[in-house]
Design a protein around this ligand. Structure first.
Ligand code: C5P
Length: 305
């Protein structure tokens, strides 16, 4: 279960500027991210995620560090359905926001510049472009994405071990070369839009989704990928198979009172973390809220219990 004691008002917690991170190009740079005395954060299924001591920083994907006591580090707001200027304005308005997700639609419209602009605003970026290509192209794309300062980058596990290994190595090199924070690659296993029968009918994939998701997660882990994107309903099983620091990032999150919308299978923020998720992607419950800062604070509040 999630167990947090947090000092201070959440709304007063500062957004981490780029200098508030660990940098590939500046070892030991930035502020000390170790938990404050008295802060304990435990979570995860099957007894994973034991209390974190002061010397024992959690590291997602073995690379990226987060502030374990801070729920704002656990929530990634998806900047979907916004024009570039609107996305930047929105990101600048949400009090305490740390992480944003840039998806295909925004990236295709705004280009790499939007990542740089969000970074300049002190935000950490999940670049969700779901790369799937031959090894050299995957490697090139991940190198460039990491050099932009994206700290979470999605790839398709189906690209195979050679491409995944090449992508991982190139991402680390790209970040190092550009003096950017160490990136974590996240593998997409089976897109939740797929149904088992259609996988079989259209792609001749006989393996059931319940077997395929853990098999692709395993392939990703053995290829050196730092985590997976998964449904919160898959988080407990994957966490049992992959202890931290393997990252499990889950969309399909609905805080108390939020509309479910087109998400078929949802979970609350605290439940998802308790199931083993390391970070949550939340879009419309925050982006469409009348008061996005209040909605973000409410999500953080749910994590504090
Ligand atoms: O608005 P909402 O909270 O549903 O947004 C969730 C985000 O996570 C969107 O960016 C959506 O594309 C993404 N996503 C998802 N389900 C998946 C994978 C990604 O909702 N299986």
């Amino acid at each position: 279960l999630l167990s947090v004691q947090c000092r201070g008002d959440l709304r007063q917690q500062q957004r981490g500027p780029p200098s508030d991170q660990r940098w590939c190009g500046a070892p030991g740079g930035g502020e000390d991210h170790r938990p404050q005395p008295g802060v304990r954060f435990s979570g995860g299924a099957g007894g994973q995620g034991a209390a974190i001591g002061q010397e024992d920083l959690p590291s997602f994907g073995g690379l990226m560090t987060l502030h374990p006591a801070d729920p704002a580090d656990r929530i990634i707001v998806a900047l979907d359905g916004m024009a570039p200027e609107q996305a930047l304005r929105f990101a600048g308005q949400v009090e305490g926001l740390r992480w944003v997700k840039v998806g295909l639609e925004l990236f295709v419209q705004a280009g790499p510049e939007v990542v740089a602009q969000l970074r300049e605003m002190g935000l950490r970026v999940f670049l969700d472009l779901k790369f799937h290509d031959i090894p050299a192209t995957m490697a090139g794309a991940c190198r460039r994405a990491a050099a932009l300062g994206a700290e979470l980058i999605t790839v398709h596990a189906c690209a195979g071990s050679e491409a995944l290994k090449a992508a991982q190595a190139a991402a680390v090199e790209g970040a190092q070369g550009a003096g950017q924070p160490a990136p974590t690659l996240l593998a997409v296993t089976v897109l939740t839009s797929w149904e088992e029968q259609r996988l079989q009918r259209e792609l001749a994939i006989a393996q059931g989704i319940a077997e395929r998701v853990p098999a692709l997660a395993q392939l990703s882990a053995t290829s050196g990928i730092g985590g997976c994107v998964c449904s919160p309903l898959e988080a407990a099983a994957l966490r049992a198979q992959h202890p931290e620091p393997f990252a499990l990032v889950t969309p399909g999150i609905r805080p108390k009172g939020a509309a479910v919308g087109d998400q078929a299978r949802v979970m609350g923020p605290a439940e998802a973390i308790a199931a083993g998720a390391s970070q949550l992607v939340i879009g419309r419950p925050i982006t469409k809220a009348e008061d996005p800062s209040a909605a973000f604070a409410a999500c953080c509040g749910e994590l504090l219990g």
